[in-house]
Design a protein around this ligand. Sequence first.
Ligand code: AMP
Ligand code: ZN
Length: 461
Amino acid sequence: MKIYNSLTKQIEEFKPIEPDLVKMYCCGPTVYRDQQIGNWRTFCLSDFLHRALKMNGYKVDFIMNMTDVGHLFESEGDPEGGEDKIEKQSSEEGRSAKDIVDFYTKRFLQEYKEMNLLEPQKFTKATEYIDDQIDLIATLEDKGYTYETSDGVYFDTSKFEKYGELSGLTVENIREGARVDPNPEKKNPTDFALWKFSPSDKKRQQEWQSPWGMGFPGWHLECSSMVLTELGDTIDIHVGGEDLKMIHHQNEIAQSECATGQKFVNYWVHGAFLTVDGGKMSKSLGNFYTLDDVKQRGFSPLDMRYLFMTAHYMGPLNFTWEAIQNAKNSLKKIYEIISTYEHDPKAQISEKYVNRFNEKISDDLNIPEALAVFWELIKSPVSEASKLNTILKMDEFLGLKLQEHIGVEIPKNVLDLAKMRGEYRKNGIWDKADVVRRQMLELGYIVEDLPTGEYKVKKKF
Ligand code: AMP
Ligand code: ZN
């Protein structure tokens, strides 16, 4: 399998540390509100990778975290200078931080299922790894990588030689380009908080005692801590959106490698952002969409999934209502076509098409071309029963729940109507034939006239 590695900036042959096992981690949601559709593009990327690895015969140990504390808003150029997202949402909604987190975690898990993403080994929650995070800071402190300011414990990035290897932003070049540093107590502009002290003037809902004082962990720390605790010092693949590469992932590398002395991640995979109406999604433009918004407009989560598959994960993808309508039409067409196929579990899978399909997904997840192979199969002269089994095999990757749309039985009353329509047509009574056609449509069935003069009845999706 080949994959683009953001660390080396090239497409590489994928080689896991252990021959048959892949250790993979994806930065998951911050559970303070519903996820927007852009987040789902990234979560789907982790699923595509997960499924491609499984198609290639690997066992995948996959962890996705849920940030339920410590993700701060950016403020005046300082990435961690603003309020805590969860605490802020809690005061806006007038519910406790715990209620907010529980509520949006549940919604996230429900939507995760609806998008048909394979479950990870574990969804790890930042608040369940506080002790591990404190231990990690203590290790970094012992090794001399930390310093304290009035608002927290910071990581000194100038002590990590490889800082900037992933992001391209080194301590020096950021210092040269920096205007006034928003946090003058930091030794270097790239330094980041490992532990933040609770403010003295305001009681926080989420805070813990630590050797440095009451407070809460810095956001970057949780991912390092969960990876090291759950998967080990070095993992194969780390996934996230492209926005995380510059700071979050560079900081994950710094704190993990300084603590363990080992390489943290072999392959970094970053997905491009989903744009909406050609730009960044924003509440003020009224185009900040959640999956719920999409569902309310009559689209299914799987329509969304199909849309994500029409672009390469590193390429641009722009969400518009027209784009998702096109995805929905394609998926509907697939459902309609396969519902007419005869299902014979013993029919041969076409190795040729499966291999071509696998080649595409194994080539740095070229899903648009894999879909082209899928459509080519549908139009090919392969027998319907073989086609269907080949399609079901491909769906182990596509995750479009095609199994649910096969072998659809047409009820007898619908078949009788079709027969009646056929008689009317034979006798040239076109208006009556059309009335029956519409009657069938109301029952949810369409009738297709074949060039041979026969007809086929299909379920309408
Ligand atoms: P967050 O909850 O903001 O931490 O984001 C969760 C994941 O979604 C991260 O991996 C982000 O990089 C990713 N993400 C956020 N916005 C977008 C977007 N518009 N397109 C693709 N991925 C995104
Ligand atoms: Zn992360």
